[in-house]
Design a protein around this ligand. Structure first.
Ligand SMILES: NC(=O)c1ccc[n+]([C@@H]2O[C@H](COP(=O)([O-])OP(=O)(O)OC[C@H]3O[C@@H](n4cnc5c(N)ncnc54)[C@H](O)[C@@H]3O)[C@@H](O)[C@H]2O)c1
Length: 252
């Protein structure tokens, strides 16, 4: 049976756990060959191995998304090995929340490097390879926070808003090469990364405010990523897709 991402070659950053891991699995389930890239190389290799054991095609990469060469090396390796490169998901980020007065230069540098510079380097490395493959799809994992003001999340909200702006600009620049660039803006999804930053009472308040009455699941985000990666969204570019149970639109 034909699958939506047959013969496509993809790279997912931060693919060792959480939302990135679910996207990597979903892409493989839809027929893609997936590069799973993470700063925790052991976990990236483990995720790729699990995908292969389930019958998918995957390869692990270690690397820090703050560095340009991480992307050039991974994209080169995938293109050389498989003859094409089609899909990039910029998902990895390092995040800490807290009062504005407590932000240190190190925190600011690390959040902007992993959440914003990484997308620039990812697009720069991916676009030429996608052009040689006749086009492609770049998906930036932003956040509902990119549309909102959240106390204690000054840098996070700023970085995610920047990711939405960058998405629109890249879409306009790369459209002529048939490279689509879209963003997904998830609401709260209780992943490993979120659990260390959010206690139960905050989760309960979020659920109470969410029209669909629950938090997100990693598979909700993976489903949106499959749609944006596939030809089903072939006339969409520059779009920012909220996948948040309606919470961003709920004032009260
Ligand atoms: N989970 C949520 O509630 C939520 C909501 C909105 C947006 N998002 C966004 O979704 C994305 C994934 O979130 P998550 O909750 O799955 O995160 P997570 O913290 O569970 O996983 C992030 C992954 O990125 C990797 N990583 C961190 N720094 C890296 C670096 N410098 N280089 C390479 N890999 C690195 C980590 O090792 C980890 O595997 C992020 O961009 C996040 O901002 C998440």
């Amino acid at each position: 049976m034909n699958q939506r991402l047959d013969n496509r070659v993809a790279l997912v950053t931060g693919g060792a756990q959480g939302i990135g891991r679910a996207i990597a699995q979903a892409f493989a389930d839809q027929g893609a060959t997936v590069g799973v890239l993470d700063i925790r190389e052991d976990l990236a290799q483990k995720a790729a191995e699990e995908i292969r054991q389930g019958g998918g095609r995957a390869q692990g990469f270690g690397g820090n998304v703050a560095l340009r060469e991480t992307f050039t090396q991974a994209v080169d390796a995938l293109e050389t090995q498989h003859g094409r490169f089609d899909i990039l998901v910029n998902n990895a980020i390092w995040v800490r929340y807290g009062p504005t007065q407590d932000i240190t230069p190190e925190m600011l540098d690390r959040m902007t490097a992993t959440g914003f510079h990484s997308i620039v380097w990812g697009i720069q490395a991916a676009a030429p390879a996608m052009g040689r493959s006749g086009g492609g799809s770049i998906i930036n994992i932003a956040s509902a926070a990119g549309f909102l003001g959240i106390p204690g999340a000054l840098v996070y909200c700023g970085v995610k808003a920047a990711a939405l702006g960058l998405t629109r600009s890249a879409a306009v620049e790369l459209g002529a090469r048939k490279i689509r660039v879209n963003a997904i803006a998830p609401g709260t999804v209780p992943t490993e990364g979120v659990r260390i930053n959010m206690d139960e009472s905050v989760a309960a308040r979020r659920i109470a405010r969410t029209p669909l009455g629950r938090l997100g699941h990693v598979d909700d985000i993976a489903a949106a990523a499959c749609f944006l990666a596939s030809d089903e969204s072939s006339f969409m570019t520059g779009e920012s897709m909220l996948v948040d149970g309606g919470v961003t639109h709920a004032l009260l």
